[in-house]
Every structure is written in C-alpha cells, then in structure tokens.
Design a protein around this ligand. Structure first.
Ligand SMILES: [Zn+2]
Length: 234
C-alpha cells in the first residue's frame, strides 16, 4: 500500500510539471470535477457581494491599469489587488508580450484610458525557456508567438525573463510615446518571482523598469512625484 502511494507520489513529482515543449494529455474527469468546484466558488463569490457591487460593474469600466502578464497559472491578480474588478484590464499570453496582443493593449490604453501599463514576467517561465532553446518542432501558431520573444539562446531563465520584460516596456514606449510624453501613461515592467531567483524574497513582485528607467534607485522619484516636488523646493 505504502509502496503504491509512494510510486504515485513519485509519478506526481516527475510528471505534474510538463516542460513547455512536451505534449500533455488532459483528463475530462478532472474537468468535470473542476467545473463543479468553479460553480461552487462562484456561488460563494456572488453571496459575498451585494447587489450594488454588480450594479456598479454593469455601469461600465474605467480600469486604472492595463496589465499584460504571462498566461502561466501561477501568476494571478490577487497578488496585485484584492479588489481588481473594474480596475485591472487583463491581457494574458505566453511570454507577456505586447506584439501578440497589440490590439487588446491599444484598447486598454487608448480607449479605456488606463494610465498604468504594467508588464509582468515571472520566474520559471516556460515560454522564455522555450524561446531560449530550439522550439522548431512546436505547432506553427505557438512558434509564431515565441518568435517575437527576443532573448539570447541558452541563457539563464530569469535573465531571459528580465530581458523580455524590458523589451516589452521598450516596445510599449514606442507604441505609446505620445501619451508617455504628455504624462498620461506610465509604463512599468515587473517580475513576479515566486522562485526567488532575484533574491528579493519568494513571491516578490520586483519592479525592474519604469518608462525605460532600469535603475531602481530612480524609481522612488518616479512613484512619488509629490515628495519630489517638495524636495525640489528646498
Ligand atoms: Zn510564463
């Protein structure tokens, strides 16, 4: 019995985390159980909110942030904002890219008026891992979405993650140059580091880029304009 359980545990450890390039079959029994779980959780969510909450949502949205994250299931909004409804315009794709979801990003920034455009990469990113190696055997649409990740082949995953986030910020600064210049938009790049690869603490959201500035010492000036103005008076 114990041996059987141990074997099952080993199988879980070895096979639960398929590499990006490997194909992995699903199981509809898991889906059936999970959709029930989702329905129950959603009911609890409805019960926890009053009618006014949903009436407010029905009026429309003015999200303060447009957020581009990787699709990775370990990255979610509850780490950013306890009440993200109406505030985070979410765009997700493999490798948290601007180019593969440009229309969605334009919609958030140009039409919904988000003044924060936030790109979030993360540690142990499968898309970055794939893009830094040979992904020629993958499906054409996946290859197409990896082709736009411009990182050095064979580098450390966290380095590729950071380079990619900086690339996205640079591309967004070009795309929305006018808004940034007018002070209507702040473009921020960050890495959600659950693996603590950046040694800032596991789970930290490390901001690595603000409007192209990559020196963390200068971020404080950019996030505290009032304090800076006061400082400039002396
Ligand atoms: Zn990822």
């Amino acid at each position: 019995m114990f041996k059987k359980q141990f074997a099952a545990l080993l199988a879980t450890v070895f096979f639960a985390v398929p590499a990006f390039a490997e194909e992995h079959g699903g199981d509809v029994a898991v889906a059936q159980a999970y959709i029930k779980e989702i329905q129950a959780e959603e009911k609890a969510y409805v019960a926890a909110h009053n009618a006014a909450f949903f009436q407010e949502l029905a009026k429309g949205q003015l999200p303060r942030a447009t957020v581009v994250t990787c699709s990775d299931s370990r990255v979610h909004t509850n780490m950013l904002d306890k009440t993200p409804e109406g505030d985070l315009f979410m765009i997700r794709n493999i490798g948290n890219q601007l180019s593969t979801a440009k229309g969605s990003v334009q919609y958030g920034v140009n039409h919904l008026g988000s003044s924060l455009l936030l790109f979030i990469g993360h540690s142990s990113c499968g898309a970055i891992k794939a893009a830094s190696g040979d992904y020629s055997t993958l499906e054409e649409p996946i290859k197409k979405e990896l082709d736009t990740i411009n990182i050095t082949k064979g580098g450390a995953n966290i380095d590729g993650v950071k380079v990619n986030v900086n690339n996205q910020v640079a591309a967004a600064l070009k795309e929305f140059a006018d808004k940034v210049k007018k002070g209507q938009l702040l473009v921020v790049g960050a890495v959600y580091d659950f693996a603590d690869d950046m040694k800032q603490g596991a789970g930290n959201l490390n901001i690595i880029n603000m409007n192209g500035e990559t020196d963390p010492a200068k971020f404080r000036d950019m996030t505290a304009p009032a304090a800076k103005a006061e400082h400039d008076h002396h």
